[in-house]
Design a protein around this ligand. Structure first.
Ligand SMILES: Cc1ncc(COP(=O)(O)O)c(C=O)c1O
Length: 459
């Protein structure tokens, strides 16, 4: 939000009035962390809320304000905050030990669940985050094919490692962001996610392509959807060319369906990266996929076949706390309708937002798939009907919704007790109730009123 919109703003004044203790903590954080934050997407102007505790679909900040939460632990909390079974499993594991420096039975059960649930998972290797899972997936693909280049899609996020740091929010021309080697960027080809023909041209234009990696429901968990047909064609092209297809299911895994996006679409990649829901709300990640690719990590196979294995360490890989939380969460997800419930509430909430926009005469649309929602805030002022407009049809334009207006909407919703991500948008859990949705629709109506007082919307 430019400074100008911070002054004389009803929204900002109301936010400041509700959150004095958060303001104080933000001031202290400013002298500890760059920008006072520990994750770029938590940057909120004038400052973020500081959260004290959370339960189910709700969280409470240090000033005692209650919020319906659609941040959902950056998508990790399909079962909501503090699911009682996850909490008690972690508590008893805590007393038994948090790190054995040895193999343990929990990692075996956790890996077996991944194999049972994720269609491509013939073998699994745990990491400590989604960033690490993608880093290993790319290394495996390069090792397996002996080729150098990877193809990525503009806007698709695969963590913050060097091979994926550019072309997400900027540097769409494939030039490296600060600190990333030019040689790494030169070996990464950026493709347009709205053109399978151009993508095919890029893949067929080089014999040195190891892998294609993408978010299988589109960038930012479907903020810019790509669709099943695109995925199917990509599967065909990569198969024809012997290129490793990697689905980054860090968000979609165990969320789009029990088997992730690949389970939903019936399209099986060669490798998949996982994190978030995988570890039941604790830190953790995994790469899984074809046995003949994962065997590059195997000491005995490397010895027998005479190749140099890929090394892999990681102090906290499959640590017992994450493992037990992950096992508990995955067992619940595989044996209940948690994904379907979250998806159904997502459909309901998107519809409720659009009813509010239509009745308030606001030409915005809520859209999205599965348990996610996004707002198209109509930067060009198109004359649309929120109830019928197909935001997905305008492709990249929706990106432009990330704007000062979106940030102000987020603040206004916080004022009325709703927290979501800054995209602007959010994710639902299986425990978001109809009462939560009603509260949220009501908050959206109030937020629109407050924004009108700021002159952001036509009266
Ligand atoms: C699609 C996707 N891939 C990778 C990552 C990185 O995962 P992590 O934050 O666990 O490193 C994220 C995180 O938000 C993500 O959304």
């Amino acid at each position: 939000m430019p400074d100008g919109s911070l002054t004389n703003s009803q929204v900002v004044a109301a936010y400041r009035q509700k959150t004095p203790k958060s303001a104080q903590l933000a001031q202290e954080a400013g002298s500890v962390f760059p920008s006072g934050i520990v994750h770029d997407s938590r940057r909120t102007l004038p400052y973020s809320i500081y959260v004290d505790r959370a339960e189910g679909s709700r969280k409470w900040d240090v000033d005692g304000n209650e919020y319906v939460d659609y941040y959902g632990g950056h998508g990790a909390l399909l079962l909501g905050h503090g699911h009682p079974d996850v909490v008690s499993a972690v508590q008893s594991q805590m007393a038994k030990g948090t790190h054995f420096g040895a193999c343990h039975d929990l990692e075996v059960r956790w890996g077996q669940l991944v194999k049972e649930m994720v269609p491509c998972a013939e073998r699994v290797r745990f990491t400590s985050s989604g960033t690490e899972a993608n880093l290993m997936a790319l290394r495996l693909a390069r090792g397996f094919t002996g080729k150098s280049k990877i193809v990525r899609f503009n806007g698709h996020f695969h963590g913050w490692h060097d091979h994926a740091a550019f072309g997400v929010t900027n540097h769409f021309d494939g030039t490296p962001t600060p600190g990333v080697l030019a040689e790494i960027a030169q070996n990464t080809l950026m493709a347009p996610p709205d053109s399978i023909d151009e993508t095919r041209r890029i893949i067929e234009g080089s014999d040195d392509i190891a892998a294609v990696i993408l978010e299988p429901t589109g960038s930012s968990w479907g903020q810019i959807p790509i669709g099943a047909e695109f995925l199917r064609e990509l599967r065909d092209i990569t198969q024809e060319r012997g290129v490793v297809l990697i689905f980054d299911e860090v968000v979609t895994g165990f969320r789009a369906s029990k088997g992730g996006a690949q389970g939903h679409f019936g399209i099986t990649p060669d490798l998949t990266s996982l994190a978030k829901i995988l570890a039941g709300g604790l830190p953790g990640g995994a790469v899984c996929g074809r046995a003949d690719i994962l065997e590059l990590l195997d000491f005995d196979v490397a010895l027998a076949k005479g190749f140099e294995k890929i090394g892999h360490q990681g102090t906290y890989n499959a640590n017992p706390l994450s493992a037990v939380a992950g096992i508990t969460a995955l067992e619940i997800i595989s044996s209940t309708d948690a994904c379907e419930r979250a998806n159904a509430q997502g459909t309901k909430l998107r519809g409720m937002f659009n009813e509010v926009f239509a009745s308030e005469g606001v030409k915005w649309t809520a859209y999205g798939q599965f348990s996610g929602f996004y707002f198209f805030l109509n930067p060009q002022g198109l004359d649309i009907d929120p109830l019928t407009f197909d935001a997905e049809s305008i492709g990249h334009e929706v990106l432009k919704s990330k704007s000062p207006l979106g940030e102000k909407l987020r603040l206004a919703l916080l004022v009325y007790g709703v927290d979501m991500a800054s995209k602007p948008g959010g994710s639902l859990s299986a425990v978001h109730s109809d009462a939560d949705l009603e509260h949220t629709a009501h908050a959206m109506r109030s937020a629109i009123g407050l924004m009108r007082e700021d002159g952001e919307l036509a009266a």
